[in-house]
Design a protein around this ligand. Structure first.
Ligand SMILES: NC(=O)c1ccc[n+]([C@@H]2O[C@H](COP(=O)([O-])OP(=O)(O)OC[C@H]3O[C@@H](n4cnc5c(N)ncnc54)[C@H](OP(=O)(O)O)[C@@H]3O)[C@@H](O)[C@H]2O)c1
Length: 310
């Protein structure tokens, strides 16, 4: 496994991390098996996939709780834990985005309790609320950092303008934004800004939420309740066009004696500014396979060929 130091921090994160959206993520996924989720996290840390990504909203706190239970089995230096807050959920099932300093402070405290930790390595403002000025919300996270409750500050799901405003005092270490072979919109402005301003770019959905896993065919149908029905790539016309590219990418992967998901992760790591990837999954076997992507180097001609296909 290769490691990277997250920008403006001394956190040494594995370049292949683990997204834990599906670990206890009952609010998004059906039939989530909590024991399998814990086993996935345990396996990751055991083999040096030390960069773990969760959020308070994943399973409405359950993902953090399960991840926290596993982390207790390890030494504090064995992992780099990232979580996120800003989604306030209520007992009637409603969710409201809240970036107010007092809410964020409460959210950080609750995340620490669920994770059973005194501090969290990376804390992201998960979504902007379009009301609270970033100076206030990021200002509060900067105070929490000074107090030692969080070690670095990240932000997610923002536009370039919002990122600039949030980073006006240079506090942002990490941006998490959608980016994968089939959605390269981040290359337009977010990625160049991160490179220029010393911010680690961590793509989310690195396997296009499963499309780059290699298991989809033209006859594949998502369960009507699957959240990915709202993702344009999975909608009928785009889906068929995308599968055409996916088949060609599979050929490149097989030429290189690797798998499509590993090619997709290695391709992201080959992009300047991308410091680590956090593929998600539900099964322990995924970890070992995805970890291998850290050893794949893509040549200029291979990158050019992939570019042509995309
Ligand atoms: N900041 C945000 O707003 C935000 C939004 C979305 C996601 N995220 C973070 O990013 C992480 C990753 O995103 P994601 O989990 O949504 O999407 P993803 O990593 O692009 O894709 C996950 C899917 O890929 C499959 N998969 C994983 N490894 C595979 C392999 N080796 N071969 C074949 N299929 C494989 C998984 O299948 P199985 O489930 O069958 O194992 C799962 O269906 C999340 O877990 C979360 O931590 C953040």
């Amino acid at each position: 496994m290769k490691y990277t130091t997250l920008k403006k921090s001394n956190l040494k994160a594995s370049v292949i991390g683990l997204g834990t959206n599906a670990v206890g993520g009952h609010n998004l996924f059906k039939n989530v098996n909590e024991a399998d989720g814990k086993e996935l996290v345990r396996e990751a840390v055991k083999i040096g996939v030390n960069f773990l990504d969760t959020a308070d909203i994943y399973g409405l706190g359950r993902s953090e709780e399960l991840v926290g239970e596993v982390l207790k089995e390890f030494h504090r230096d064995d992992y780099v834990i990232a979580t996120k807050g800003a989604k306030h959920w209520f007992s009637d099932g409603s969710v409201k985005t809240d970036n107010r300093p007092e809410y964020l402070r409460e959210a950080v405290e609750k995340s620490l309790q669920r994770l059973q930790l005194d501090d969290v390595d990376l804390y992201y403002l998960h979504f902007p609320d379009h009301e609270t000025p970033f100076a206030e919300s990021i200002g509060e996270l900067a105070r929490l950092k000074k107090e030692g409750k969080i070690r670095s500050i990240g932000i997610s799901n923002v536009s370039l303008e919002q990122l600039k405003e949030a980073n006006q005092d240079g506090d942002i270490s990490v941006l998490q934004a959608p980016y994968h072979m089939l959605d390269r919109s981040a290359e337009k402005d977010l990625l160049p800004y991160c490179i220029e301003h010393n911010i680690s770019f961590i793509p989310y959905g690195p396997l296009a939420f499963g499309l780059l896993g290699g298991g989809f065919t033209k006859d594949s149908k998502l369960d009507p309740k699957d959240w990915r029905n709202s993702v344009p790539l999975f909608q009928e016309e785009q889906f068929q066009q995308t599968l055409f590219k996916v088949e060609r990418l599979k050929e490149v992967a097989s030429e290189k004696e690797t798998t499509l998901p590993n090619l997709a992760l290695a391709w992201l790591l080959a992009q300047e500014g991308v410091d680590a990837v956090i593929p998600g999954g539900k099964r322990k076997e995924r970890i070992r396979e995805n970890a291998q992507a850290s050893e794949i180097d893509l040549s200029q001609s291979e990158l050019a060929l992939i570019d042509d296909i995309l």
